[in-house]
Design a protein around this ligand. Structure first.
Ligand code: THU
Length: 137
């Protein structure tokens, strides 16, 4: 699948965001190695800390349906009702969750570039010196 199409799916998924506190809405689309795609949107909570990012919603949906092998995730977010912000890339917690399930050297994170075009980063550049599952097995 083209990463531009995956980014469009993330932008569509953003529409289901529940963000009444930050008014910052995010969508994500996770591409599995079998070609299937799982989407997610951020879900906030009045107690704030239970808030879950769009990326983790997409990953947990996929993992909870038995998927374990992933190729890429696209992220599209910004202030509510505004165009995607080029600077939105996954938070540290989401990067750690990706590390659990993804091959760091072979997993792409796609974000909206300055003019909305996809910009791709490999996960190992986003979480250097990571503490991953291989430390424990
Ligand atoms: N958020 C995401 O869903 N993904 C990101 O990559 C960055 C932040 C959400 C969490 C919270 O609901 C809102 O954006 C503001 O931080």
């Amino acid at each position: 699948m083209e990463y531009s199409a995956l980014l469009k799916m993330a932008a569509l998924a953003r529409g289901a965001s529940y963000a009444p506190y930050s008014h910052f809405t995010v969508g994500a689309a996770l591409l599995c190695t079998d070609g299937s795609v799982y989407t997610g949107a951020n879900i906030e909570n009045a107690a704030l800390t239970p808030t879950v990012c769009a990326e983790r919603v997409a990953i947990f949906k996929a993992v909870s349906e038995g998927k374990r092998s992933f190729k890429a995730i696209a992220v599209s977010g910004g202030k509510d009702r505004e165009a995607p912000d080029a600077a939105v890339s996954p938070c540290g917690v989401c990067r750690q969750v990706m590390l659990e399930f993804c091959d760091v050297g072979n997993f792409d994170v796609i974000v909206a570039g300055a003019t909305g075009e996809p910009t791709t980063y490999r996960l190992d550049t986003l979480i250097p010196l990571a503490f991953g599952p291989e430390k424990l097995v």
